[in-house]
Design a protein around this ligand. Structure first.
Ligand SMILES: NC(=O)c1ccc[n+]([C@@H]2O[C@H](COP(=O)([O-])OP(=O)(O)OC[C@H]3O[C@@H](n4cnc5c(N)ncnc54)[C@H](OP(=O)(O)O)[C@@H]3O)[C@@H](O)[C@H]2O)c1
Length: 242
């Protein structure tokens, strides 16, 4: 039974990823910041007898990463889904819809921007490095970075939400440069976008739900081959321009 490691598995797209991989007979290491509060994930785990292991992990906390690496040093990870991400810009709010965010970068909240970089870029990149010994035990190890369509430089020409967009665009570059190093160790890496999805982050007006996003991404990830390493895919399988 292959093993998938998922961050931010307590809600939204991460929770749906845990479900779809358990349904398809994977062992799921489902990480979340607060397991005691993760009632949906706990209920899911109880439905899939021992297939889903819940592990406490704040991806920005080195102690949590170290604890996992100590406890699971002999584990094989076939697929790492760096799903956890944050958008602190209140997307989905009425204020955002009315372009309430001041697009003048002189007035931007740079502490918030730095924290967004920490969660969306530094943490998943660093976590990937720490899990390499476990990924190397797999014959077909894949790393997935949850990017976003609005991280595409080619497709985006729109003011506002600077922190989120630049953090995911930088994550894409992390795929391209860490990817070359991973490739040398037989590990492939992909950036993927779930499309605009109805979750706490995506808000209620998004066109599809997290099941649609994860079913699409499940197919995309399953089909992605080592020769495609470093690619950026939409949930419908189309390649997204960088
Ligand atoms: N929804 C969309 O339209 C959309 C579009 C493009 C890309 N994405 C990307 O898809 C991924 C999942 O998004 P979503 O819509 O499911 O978002 P969501 O509903 O807001 O869920 C975000 C998840 O990330 C976790 N998280 C945030 N900071 C974390 C940290 N420091 N350590 C560990 N976990 C942390 C959250 O945990 P807590 O519950 O503890 O906060 C939660 O489980 C994200 O990377 C997002 O950027 C989403």
């Amino acid at each position: 039974m292959p093993t998938v490691f998922i961050t931010g598995a307590n809600r939204g797209i991460g929770l749906e990823f845990a479900k779809i991989y358990a349904e398809n007979n994977w062992k799921v290491i489902a990480c979340c910041r607060a397991p005691l509060e993760a009632t949906d994930l706990s209920q899911l785990a109880s439905k899939f007898d021992k297939k889903i292991i819940i592990f406490k992990m704040d991806i920005c906390e080195q102690a949590d990463i170290n604890k996992f690496c100590d406890e699971y040093q002999n584990e094989t990870i076939d697929l790492l889904i760096n799903n956890a991400g944050a958008q602190f810009e209140n997307y989905g709010s009425a204020a955002y819809e009315n372009m309430g965010e001041d697009p003048n970068p002189a007035n931007y909240d740079y502490d918030m921007w730095a924290e967004t970089m920490n969660v969306n870029l530094f943490a998943p990149t660093k976590l990937t490095g720490h899990l390499v010994p476990m990924l190397q035990r797999s014959k077909n190890a894949k790393v997935v970075m949850m990017s976003s369509g609005i991280a595409s430089l080619g497709n985006t020409w729109q003011a506002g939400r600077y922190a989120y967009k630049t953090s995911k665009a930088a994550l894409n570059m992390s795929v391209r440069c860490v990817g070359e190093w991973l490739q040398a160790q037989n590990i492939s890496i992909f950036a993927v976008s779930p499309g605009w999805t109805r979750t706490d982050m995506g808000g209620p007006n998004a066109p599809h739900d997290s099941r649609t996003a994860t079913e699409g991404l499940y197919r995309v990830i399953s089909k992605a081959e080592f020769k495609d390493t470093g690619s950026f895919y939409n949930f419908d399988g189309a390649k997204i321009p960088w």
